[in-house]
Design a protein around this ligand. Structure first.
Ligand code: C2E
Ligand code: MG
Ligand code: MG
Ligand code: MG
Length: 285
């Protein structure tokens, strides 16, 4: 009898796994359709120069509504990575961003930097360098940064390095995203053409309340600076965090909900047509 019950439990368990797997497959299918129909939208989150308060650029963030309901990017990007869909999704994001950047370039004064997240997998695609070249041309003068995450570690095989060097030669810069939470050794900063580090939000989380946290972020900023890299600090949600960054004394860039939330391109254009300074920063000065 105990055996029968055990067996029943196994069946229920397999059912649950089966259901989860089916749901995931359905999601992959829906996502594939959404990518093919160009239904992936982009939200832009401004990146601000901490000293001047000026918006220097924006990060493009993919958005997907599945039957009208927003799906978390962590979830659908993860699914896209696993299924290989990230290559098509990434292409559609880059193409859409380039079109928006061209409009933006016509409507605003002064330099502007668009940053786009890419997956390391895209760097292995034979057509990727060409896609970046096309996108850059379409952007019509807006600068392009590609963010690669160090979360899974960056595999520095020659294929990836060659693609990075070819892309860097076009004047496109690379940023290491989620810096400080990944698995890889920081020695790759020596080996790959990277110009920017983005300190992960978890590093800025407690900088206004915990001396060790702020010392850690300061060290990351100093390290970046001594390597000649620009440093962007993510996850700024409170005034007090901003004060820590302002007191840092070196040029830093910041991104976070306190400064600006991710927004549709039309709102970004409206914001940039104003004076391009960020109210959260002008009010503390
Ligand atoms: P990420 O590249 O590190 O992007 C920053 C994430 O932090 C965004 O989440 C943004 O909305 C969120 N964020 C910004 N300010 C704050 C803040 O003050 N507090 C908190 N708690 N969060 C803040 P989002 O849009 O959900 O994207 C999550 C991740 O999905 C991104 O992290 C990136 O790794 C990935 N992702 C998004 N779009 C793309 C894409 O087009 N391609 C690829 N490969 N990955 C993407
Ligand atoms: Mg990013
Ligand atoms: Mg990031
Ligand atoms: Mg992050």
């Amino acid at each position: 009898e105990a055996k029968a019950r055990g067996k029943a439990r196994v069946v229920v368990y397999e059912h649950a796994i089966g259901r989860a797997r089916v749901e995931r497959l359905e999601m992959v299918d829906d996502l594939r359709r959404a990518v093919a129909r160009a239904e992936i939208e982009i939200a832009y989150q401004p990146i601000v120069d901490v000293d001047s308060g000026r918006i220097a650029g924006a990060e493009a963030l993919a958005r997907w509504r599945r039957d009208g309901v927003p799906v978390s990017p962590e979830l659908f990007i993860g699914i896209a990575e696993e299924s290989g869909l990230i290559v098509d999704l990434g292409e559609s994001v880059l193409t859409a961003v380039a079109a928006d950047a061209a409009v933006l370039h016509d409507q605003i004064d002064g330099p502007f930097v668009m940053t786009v997240n890419i997956s390391a997998r895209q760097l292995r695609e034979p057509g990727f360098v060409e896609l970046v070249a096309r996108s850059l041309t379409a952007m019509n003068g807006t600068a392009l940064v590609l963010e690669i995450t160090e979360r899974q570690g960056i595999d520095l095989d020659p294929l990836v390095l060659d693609a990075m060097h070819a892309i860097a030669a076009m004047g496109v810069r690379f940023a290491i995203d989620d810096f400080g939470v990944g698995f890889s050794s920081i020695s790759y900063l020596r080996d790959i053409p990277v110009q920017i580090i983005k300190a992960d939000g978890s590093l800025s989380h407690a900088i206004d309340s915990d001396e060790r946290a702020s010392a850690l972020l300061r060290s990351v900023a100093h390290m970046g600076r001594s390597l000649g890299l620009e440093v962007v600090v993510e996850g700024i949600e409170r005034e007090a965090q901003l004060t820590v960054l302002r007191d840092h004394g070196h040029q830093l860039y910041a991104q976070g909900f306190l400064l600006h939330r991710p927004m549709p391109i039309d709102d970004l254009l409206t914001t940039l047509r104003g004076d391009r300074t960020t109210s959260a920063l002008t009010s503390v000065s």
